[in-house]
Each structure stands twice: as C-alpha cells, then as structure tokens.
Design a binder for this molecule. Sequence first.
Ligand code: NAI
Length: 333
Amino acid sequence: MVKAVVLGAAGGIGQPLALLLKANPLVTELGLYDIVNTPGVAADLSHIATPAKVEGYLPPDDGLKKVLTGADVVVIPAGVPRKPGMTRDDLFKINAGIVRDLATGIATAAPKAFVLVISNPVNSTVPIVAEVFKKHNVFDPKRLFGVTTLDVVRASTFVSEILNDLGLSKDIVVPVVGGHSGVTIVPLLSQSSHTLPSSLSTAQYDTLVNRIQFGGDEVVKAKDGAGSATLSMAYAGAEFAGKILRALKGEKGIIAPSYVSLLADTEGAAVLTKELGETVQFFSTPIELGTEGVVKINPLGKITEAEQTLIKAAIPELLKNIQTGVEFIAGAK
Ligand code: NAI
C-alpha cells in the first residue's frame, strides 16, 4: 500500500502529474491538495481504471492535515511559475512562504514521508523544507529531494537531436549536476551514455550547454505569459517519483539525479566535497535510492576542464541560493 500526495495538484504541473501518478500501478492511494479545484480534479481522475483511490482536499476543515495523513511520498509543485523576463529567484518571495507552510504541515502530519520538491527556486526551497523539518526535529536528509529530473530529460533530448536520432533520447543518460537554475545547472556531457560527435565544435558545445541550462526559458517565452514548463515537468516529476516508488518497494540499485542534502551520505559527501573544493550543504548529483531514501551520493568522477569551469561558475550562485533559503527560516523569529 503506497499513498502518494500532490500539493498544488490543481495547477499546470499538478494536474498532469496527478494523472501520471494515477496511472502508476504502484500507487494505491492518491491524495490531491490545492487551494482551489481539487475536488473536481479528483473526481475526474477517479474514473480512470487503475488501483489508486483518489481524494481531493481544500484548505478548510484541516484539508492539508487530512491529505498528508498516511502519506509515503509527497510531491510539491505548489506555487507561482515564471513569466517572460523572470528568473527562478524572482519567484522566491511568493513561493518561499508557500513551501514553508506546506513543509510545516508535512513535519506534523507525515514526518516520515519522502518529500519531492518541484516548486522553484529549487536551490532555495529544498533548504527551506530542511530548515522547517529541523525546527520540528524531524529532518531526515535521506528523505528530502529537489526534483531536477527535467534538466536531465532536456539534456537527453537535446543530445539526441545533435545525434540526429530522436528515437534514442529515452536511452541517452547525461548526468546533470549542481543545482536547478541557470549557471548552477551543469551537464556532464563527457559522461553521456552516448558520445557526442567528435566534429562538435567548441561553439556548438557551448550552445548545447547553454540550451540545457536555459531550456526552461524557451518554454516560458513560447507560453508568452501563460507560465513555464508544465507537461514536460509533469513527465519528469513522474519519472522521478516512479523511481522513488520502485525503491520504496525494495528494488535495488536505482540511480536518479536529485538535489539533496549532503548530510544524506557523509562518505559520499566527503568525496564530492573534495572534488568540488568547496563545502556545499546541498548539491544535485546522481544518487542511489533504497527503501530508506538516499543510499549513496555519487561523486562527479572524471570530468573535463570545460566542465570544471562550469562547476566553478555554479558554486558561488548555489551557495547564495542555499543561504537565502536557510536564512528565510533560520532568520525568522
Ligand atoms: P501553476 O500556477 O499552474 O500551479 C501552481 C498551483 O499551486 C496552483 O494550482 C495554485 O492554486 C497552487 N497553490 C498556490 N499556493 C498554494 C498553497 N499554499 N497550497 C497548495 N497549493 C497552492 O504553476 P505550475 O506551472 O504548476 O508551476 C508550479 C511550480 O513549479 C512553480 O514554482 C514553477 O516555477 C515550478 N517548476 C519547477 C520545475 C522544476 O524543474 N523543478 C519546472 C517547471 C516549473
């Protein structure tokens, strides 16, 4: 029996993500929560002939507490998305408070749940959840995940475009490390499962890296004020949640990229810190999953000079983003 919960379930990401979770046979209960429209979304999904029993909740009558009770996996896509010209950090003012309040609800109603944070800026919202959990003495670094899967999905797609074989894209694995915004997104193309053509020029390499880092802007621009990536994000979120569900069921050796606290695996963190030459509290890297959450934080391994330069550019920005999140809670009275 696995209960999955989506907080922000009536939104652009929330609805298709809830649909994909409803379609996942590993989910037996699906709880949907939002400040609007969840009864309708739940009624609609409940007609799909898959095992999950669906229920929708709104804030009145302790809706948050009710939806979270018994939750094994909680996915958070609640909050506002970007409009053209905005960075993910511009969202902080609104989304930080939303994520803090939802994290407080989880800390009291489902402190053992695996928490998957989609709300941006992920680099800061994950530290916010960690700080809230610490305040409630329920922080387990192995169970908190920032969802960076979309960066990996985009990297696979863009590399397959360069290889001129879109059919390959699902098999192409490119580790994307660092964080989830602009220059903090660092694709390790030298470790791609499918080698890039040797004819790729430096300019073409730079264009590819830039596209992976700023791919989200393409969608924001094309949607022209109507939001940011929702469908590709729902796909990516369901991919990641699907791996978490399989790991919970006992499947071993599952690797997924995620933005996690380095406290989740101190041995792995020590190697990573040495590679980075800097102490960071949170970092995105391929992690191994198990029934208790993070089993292992994988090191970067062998990377090129160009990738080293990207990492150097990412770290100061990442440290700033983490600090912003930590201070939002730790600095609050
Ligand atoms: P949306 O505006 O379509 O949906 C957000 C939903 O959150 C709305 O239904 C809204 O009612 C709900 N909400 C607001 N306050 C809430 C609260 N206190 N409790 C529960 N629900 C609440 O936005 P969209 O497009 O679904 O994006 C959601 C978030 O995901 C944004 O912060 C966006 O930046 C982020 N995002 C993250 C990505 C990633 O790769 N991690 C990729 C794309 C978007």
